[in-house]
Write a protein that binds this ligand. Sequence first.
Ligand SMILES: [Zn+2]
Length: 320
Amino acid sequence: MARRAPGMAMSLLAGEPGLVAILAGILGLLIGSFLNVVVYRLPRIMRRQWASDATEILLEPEIAAELQLPETLLSSLSAALKPLGELVQKLPVLSLSKPRSRCPSCGHAISALENIPIVSWLMLAGRCRACRCRISMRYPLVEGAVGLLFGLAALQFGATAQGAASLVLISLLVAMTLIDADTMLLPDALTLSLMWIGLLFSASGKGFVTLEASVVGAAVGYAAFWIIGTGFRVLRGMEGMGAGDYKLLAALGAWFGWTGLLPIVVLAAGVGSVVGITLILMRRATALTRLPFGVYLAPAGVIMLFFGPSLVALALPGVH
Ligand SMILES: [Zn+2]
Protein backbone atom coordinates (compact mmCIF):
# COMPACT_ATOMS: atom_id res chain seq x y z
CA MET A 1 0.00 0.00 0.00
CA ALA A 2 1.50 3.30 -1.08
CA ARG A 3 1.75 5.98 1.59
CA ARG A 4 -0.41 8.97 0.82
CA ALA A 5 0.32 12.54 1.81
CA PRO A 6 -3.12 14.00 2.61
CA GLY A 7 -4.30 16.97 0.54
CA MET A 8 -1.82 16.56 -2.27
CA ALA A 9 -3.49 15.64 -5.52
CA MET A 10 -0.28 14.57 -7.25
CA SER A 11 0.67 12.15 -4.46
CA LEU A 12 -2.88 10.82 -4.32
CA LEU A 13 -2.81 10.15 -8.04
CA ALA A 14 0.67 8.65 -7.83
CA GLY A 15 -0.83 5.63 -6.04
CA GLU A 16 -3.58 5.16 -8.64
CA PRO A 17 -1.99 4.54 -12.07
CA GLY A 18 -5.26 3.20 -13.52
CA LEU A 19 -7.21 6.29 -12.43
CA VAL A 20 -4.49 8.57 -13.80
CA ALA A 21 -4.67 6.79 -17.16
CA ILE A 22 -8.47 7.11 -17.32
CA LEU A 23 -8.37 10.81 -16.42
CA ALA A 24 -5.61 11.39 -18.98
CA GLY A 25 -7.64 9.48 -21.57
CA ILE A 26 -10.70 11.68 -20.98
CA LEU A 27 -8.52 14.79 -21.19
CA GLY A 28 -7.11 13.36 -24.45
CA LEU A 29 -10.61 13.07 -25.96
CA LEU A 30 -11.26 16.76 -25.21
CA ILE A 31 -7.83 17.88 -26.42
CA GLY A 32 -8.32 15.73 -29.54
CA SER A 33 -11.54 17.61 -30.23
CA PHE A 34 -9.68 20.94 -29.86
CA LEU A 35 -6.85 19.68 -32.12
CA ASN A 36 -9.44 19.00 -34.86
CA VAL A 37 -10.25 22.72 -34.71
CA VAL A 38 -6.55 23.69 -34.73
CA VAL A 39 -5.85 21.44 -37.74
CA TYR A 40 -8.77 22.93 -39.65
CA ARG A 41 -8.23 26.58 -38.75
CA LEU A 42 -4.50 27.19 -38.28
CA PRO A 43 -3.61 26.87 -42.01
CA ARG A 44 -6.57 29.14 -42.87
CA ILE A 45 -5.47 31.75 -40.33
CA MET A 46 -1.94 31.56 -41.81
CA ARG A 47 -3.17 32.01 -45.39
CA ARG A 48 -5.13 35.12 -44.41
CA GLN A 49 -2.06 36.50 -42.67
CA TRP A 50 0.11 35.84 -45.76
CA ALA A 51 -2.40 37.54 -48.05
CA SER A 52 -2.56 40.54 -45.75
CA ASP A 53 1.26 40.70 -45.43
CA ALA A 54 1.73 40.29 -49.20
CA THR A 55 -0.55 43.21 -50.06
CA GLU A 56 1.37 45.46 -47.67
CA ILE A 57 4.86 44.24 -48.60
CA LEU A 58 4.35 44.58 -52.36
CA LEU A 59 3.42 48.24 -51.93
CA GLU A 60 6.50 49.18 -49.87
CA PRO A 61 8.55 51.76 -51.82
CA GLU A 62 11.79 49.84 -51.09
CA ILE A 63 10.37 46.71 -52.76
CA ALA A 64 9.23 48.65 -55.82
CA ALA A 65 12.69 50.27 -56.02
CA GLU A 66 14.48 46.93 -55.63
CA LEU A 67 12.36 45.36 -58.38
CA GLN A 68 12.71 48.54 -60.50
CA LEU A 69 8.97 48.48 -61.11
CA PRO A 70 7.88 50.89 -63.86
CA GLU A 71 5.51 53.63 -62.62
CA THR A 72 2.58 52.27 -64.66
CA LEU A 73 2.95 48.75 -63.20
CA LEU A 74 3.28 50.18 -59.69
CA SER A 75 0.07 52.19 -59.99
CA SER A 76 -1.94 49.28 -61.41
CA LEU A 77 -0.49 47.04 -58.69
CA SER A 78 -1.54 49.44 -55.98
CA ALA A 79 -4.98 49.86 -57.58
CA ALA A 80 -5.43 46.08 -57.42
CA LEU A 81 -3.87 45.43 -54.01
CA LYS A 82 -5.65 48.15 -51.98
CA PRO A 83 -9.12 46.61 -52.45
CA LEU A 84 -7.59 43.17 -51.83
CA GLY A 85 -6.17 44.39 -48.52
CA GLU A 86 -9.54 45.88 -47.53
CA LEU A 87 -11.27 42.64 -48.49
CA VAL A 88 -8.96 40.63 -46.23
CA GLN A 89 -9.59 43.09 -43.38
CA LYS A 90 -13.35 42.71 -43.78
CA LEU A 91 -13.39 38.90 -43.57
CA PRO A 92 -15.27 37.58 -40.52
CA VAL A 93 -13.02 36.94 -37.51
CA LEU A 94 -11.22 33.59 -37.59
CA SER A 95 -9.16 32.47 -34.61
CA LEU A 96 -8.73 29.18 -32.79
CA SER A 97 -11.53 30.16 -30.38
CA LYS A 98 -13.82 32.24 -32.62
CA PRO A 99 -16.31 31.72 -34.14
CA ARG A 100 -17.71 28.53 -32.61
CA SER A 101 -17.48 25.42 -34.82
CA ARG A 102 -19.88 25.27 -37.75
CA CYS A 103 -20.86 22.64 -40.30
CA PRO A 104 -18.64 23.41 -43.32
CA SER A 105 -21.55 22.59 -45.69
CA CYS A 106 -24.52 24.50 -44.25
CA GLY A 107 -23.01 26.75 -41.55
CA HIS A 108 -25.12 25.20 -38.77
CA ALA A 109 -23.50 26.24 -35.44
CA ILE A 110 -22.47 23.11 -33.55
CA SER A 111 -23.98 23.03 -30.05
CA ALA A 112 -22.14 21.73 -26.98
CA LEU A 113 -24.25 18.55 -27.11
CA GLU A 114 -23.20 17.91 -30.70
CA ASN A 115 -19.57 18.47 -29.70
CA ILE A 116 -18.97 15.64 -27.22
CA PRO A 117 -15.90 13.73 -28.43
CA ILE A 118 -16.77 10.50 -30.32
CA VAL A 119 -20.21 10.21 -28.60
CA SER A 120 -21.82 13.01 -30.63
CA TRP A 121 -20.46 11.67 -33.91
CA LEU A 122 -21.91 8.23 -33.11
CA MET A 123 -25.26 9.68 -31.94
CA LEU A 124 -25.55 11.73 -35.13
CA ALA A 125 -24.49 8.69 -37.20
CA GLY A 126 -21.73 10.79 -38.74
CA ARG A 127 -24.08 13.40 -40.21
CA CYS A 128 -24.74 17.11 -39.65
CA ARG A 129 -27.92 17.55 -37.58
CA ALA A 130 -29.15 20.38 -39.80
CA CYS A 131 -28.25 19.40 -43.38
CA ARG A 132 -27.55 15.66 -42.94
CA CYS A 133 -24.27 15.94 -44.89
CA ARG A 134 -21.52 13.56 -43.84
CA ILE A 135 -19.10 14.57 -41.08
CA SER A 136 -15.67 13.07 -41.69
CA MET A 137 -14.85 9.98 -39.63
CA ARG A 138 -11.47 11.62 -39.10
CA TYR A 139 -12.85 13.79 -36.28
CA PRO A 140 -13.83 10.94 -33.92
CA LEU A 141 -10.73 8.96 -34.97
CA VAL A 142 -8.44 11.85 -33.99
CA GLU A 143 -10.30 12.25 -30.67
CA GLY A 144 -9.99 8.52 -29.96
CA ALA A 145 -6.33 8.38 -30.97
CA VAL A 146 -5.36 11.33 -28.77
CA GLY A 147 -7.38 9.85 -25.87
CA LEU A 148 -5.59 6.52 -26.29
CA LEU A 149 -2.13 8.10 -26.57
CA PHE A 150 -2.77 10.27 -23.48
CA GLY A 151 -3.89 7.18 -21.53
CA LEU A 152 -0.82 5.18 -22.62
CA ALA A 153 1.51 8.07 -21.77
CA ALA A 154 -0.08 8.32 -18.31
CA LEU A 155 0.41 4.57 -17.79
CA GLN A 156 4.05 4.80 -18.82
CA PHE A 157 5.09 8.01 -17.04
CA GLY A 158 2.43 8.37 -14.31
CA ALA A 159 1.46 11.68 -12.67
CA THR A 160 4.92 13.16 -13.13
CA ALA A 161 6.52 16.07 -14.98
CA GLN A 162 7.45 13.63 -17.77
CA GLY A 163 3.83 12.47 -17.94
CA ALA A 164 2.51 16.02 -18.26
CA ALA A 165 5.19 16.95 -20.82
CA SER A 166 4.32 13.83 -22.86
CA LEU A 167 0.76 15.10 -23.29
CA VAL A 168 2.05 18.41 -24.69
CA LEU A 169 4.42 16.57 -27.03
CA ILE A 170 1.68 14.23 -28.28
CA SER A 171 -0.77 17.11 -28.88
CA LEU A 172 1.68 19.16 -30.94
CA LEU A 173 2.87 16.14 -32.95
CA VAL A 174 -0.69 15.01 -33.77
CA ALA A 175 -1.57 18.53 -34.96
CA MET A 176 1.56 18.70 -37.12
CA THR A 177 0.99 15.26 -38.69
CA LEU A 178 -2.52 16.21 -39.82
CA ILE A 179 -1.71 19.77 -40.94
CA ASP A 180 1.28 18.55 -42.99
CA ALA A 181 -0.86 15.79 -44.54
CA ASP A 182 -3.61 18.28 -45.45
CA THR A 183 -1.56 21.28 -46.58
CA MET A 184 2.17 20.34 -46.74
CA LEU A 185 2.73 23.06 -44.13
CA LEU A 186 4.44 22.71 -40.77
CA PRO A 187 3.53 25.97 -38.98
CA ASP A 188 6.35 27.69 -37.05
CA ALA A 189 3.82 28.25 -34.29
CA LEU A 190 3.91 24.47 -33.71
CA THR A 191 7.47 23.42 -34.64
CA LEU A 192 9.24 26.26 -32.82
CA SER A 193 6.96 26.02 -29.76
CA LEU A 194 7.74 22.31 -29.56
CA MET A 195 11.48 23.02 -29.77
CA TRP A 196 11.49 25.71 -27.07
CA ILE A 197 9.28 23.63 -24.76
CA GLY A 198 11.66 20.67 -25.29
CA LEU A 199 14.71 22.79 -24.44
CA LEU A 200 13.03 24.21 -21.30
CA PHE A 201 11.86 20.75 -20.26
CA SER A 202 15.42 19.45 -20.51
CA ALA A 203 16.70 22.55 -18.67
CA SER A 204 14.32 21.74 -15.79
CA GLY A 205 16.40 18.65 -15.07
CA LYS A 206 13.25 16.48 -15.32
CA GLY A 207 13.36 15.95 -19.09
CA PHE A 208 14.14 12.81 -21.07
CA VAL A 209 17.75 13.94 -21.68
CA THR A 210 20.25 16.43 -20.23
CA LEU A 211 20.16 20.07 -21.33
CA GLU A 212 23.47 19.50 -23.11
CA ALA A 213 22.12 16.55 -25.14
CA SER A 214 18.98 18.56 -25.84
CA VAL A 215 20.79 21.64 -27.23
CA VAL A 216 23.13 19.49 -29.33
CA GLY A 217 20.12 17.46 -30.53
CA ALA A 218 18.26 20.59 -31.68
CA ALA A 219 21.28 22.02 -33.50
CA VAL A 220 22.33 18.72 -35.12
CA GLY A 221 18.72 17.91 -36.07
CA TYR A 222 18.29 21.23 -37.86
CA ALA A 223 21.74 21.09 -39.48
CA ALA A 224 21.40 17.49 -40.70
CA PHE A 225 18.15 18.18 -42.56
CA TRP A 226 19.36 21.59 -43.76
CA ILE A 227 22.37 19.90 -45.37
CA ILE A 228 20.21 17.18 -46.97
CA GLY A 229 17.60 19.72 -48.14
CA THR A 230 20.16 22.15 -49.55
CA GLY A 231 22.13 19.31 -51.17
CA PHE A 232 18.97 18.10 -52.87
CA ARG A 233 18.16 21.57 -54.15
CA VAL A 234 21.68 22.14 -55.49
CA LEU A 235 22.19 18.69 -57.01
CA ARG A 236 18.72 17.84 -58.25
CA GLY A 237 17.27 21.32 -58.61
CA MET A 238 14.19 20.32 -56.61
CA GLU A 239 12.76 20.86 -53.17
CA GLY A 240 13.27 17.58 -51.28
CA MET A 241 12.49 18.87 -47.85
CA GLY A 242 11.05 22.06 -46.44
CA ALA A 243 12.37 24.33 -43.69
CA GLY A 244 9.45 23.07 -41.58
CA ASP A 245 11.03 19.61 -41.62
CA TYR A 246 14.36 21.06 -40.37
CA LYS A 247 12.54 22.78 -37.49
CA LEU A 248 10.55 19.67 -36.61
CA LEU A 249 13.69 17.52 -36.42
CA ALA A 250 15.35 20.26 -34.32
CA ALA A 251 12.33 20.12 -31.98
CA LEU A 252 12.55 16.33 -31.67
CA GLY A 253 16.30 16.65 -31.04
CA ALA A 254 15.49 19.06 -28.21
CA TRP A 255 13.17 16.49 -26.62
CA PHE A 256 15.17 13.29 -27.18
CA GLY A 257 18.76 14.52 -27.56
CA TRP A 258 21.17 13.90 -30.41
CA THR A 259 21.11 10.13 -29.82
CA GLY A 260 17.38 10.15 -30.57
CA LEU A 261 17.81 11.69 -34.02
CA LEU A 262 19.00 8.58 -35.84
CA PRO A 263 16.18 6.23 -34.77
CA ILE A 264 13.60 8.98 -35.46
CA VAL A 265 14.90 9.63 -38.98
CA VAL A 266 15.26 5.91 -39.75
CA LEU A 267 11.68 5.25 -38.58
CA ALA A 268 10.27 8.19 -40.54
CA ALA A 269 12.24 7.43 -43.71
CA GLY A 270 11.36 3.72 -43.47
CA VAL A 271 7.61 4.28 -43.19
CA GLY A 272 7.78 7.16 -45.70
CA SER A 273 9.54 4.93 -48.26
CA VAL A 274 7.00 2.13 -47.87
CA VAL A 275 4.12 4.59 -48.36
CA GLY A 276 5.91 6.32 -51.27
CA ILE A 277 6.65 3.06 -53.10
CA THR A 278 3.08 1.86 -52.52
CA LEU A 279 1.70 5.09 -54.01
CA ILE A 280 4.02 4.76 -57.02
CA LEU A 281 2.94 1.13 -57.53
CA MET A 282 -0.70 2.22 -57.28
CA ARG A 283 0.17 4.95 -59.84
CA ARG A 284 -1.02 7.60 -57.37
CA ALA A 285 2.45 9.19 -57.34
CA THR A 286 5.75 9.29 -59.26
CA ALA A 287 9.35 9.29 -58.00
CA LEU A 288 9.21 13.10 -58.27
CA THR A 289 6.07 13.58 -56.15
CA ARG A 290 6.93 15.49 -52.98
CA LEU A 291 5.63 13.64 -49.93
CA PRO A 292 5.09 15.71 -46.80
CA PHE A 293 7.86 14.29 -44.59
CA GLY A 294 6.40 15.73 -41.39
CA VAL A 295 3.58 13.18 -41.76
CA TYR A 296 6.15 10.48 -40.93
CA LEU A 297 8.55 12.50 -38.77
CA ALA A 298 5.92 13.58 -36.22
CA PRO A 299 4.55 10.03 -35.59
CA ALA A 300 8.16 8.81 -35.34
CA GLY A 301 8.49 11.30 -32.47
CA VAL A 302 5.47 9.71 -30.74
CA ILE A 303 6.98 6.23 -31.16
CA MET A 304 10.24 7.61 -29.74
CA LEU A 305 8.34 8.84 -26.67
CA PHE A 306 7.14 5.32 -25.86
CA PHE A 307 10.12 3.23 -26.98
CA GLY A 308 13.00 5.75 -26.83
CA PRO A 309 15.63 3.87 -24.81
CA SER A 310 15.17 0.59 -26.75
CA LEU A 311 15.28 2.41 -30.12
CA VAL A 312 18.44 4.30 -29.19
CA ALA A 313 20.07 1.03 -28.01
CA LEU A 314 19.12 -0.57 -31.34
CA ALA A 315 20.31 2.32 -33.51
CA LEU A 316 23.46 3.25 -31.57
CA PRO A 317 24.66 0.18 -29.65
CA GLY A 318 27.25 1.21 -27.05
CA VAL A 319 25.96 4.80 -26.66
CA HIS A 320 24.07 5.65 -23.48
ZN1 LIG B 1 -24.71 20.96 -42.17
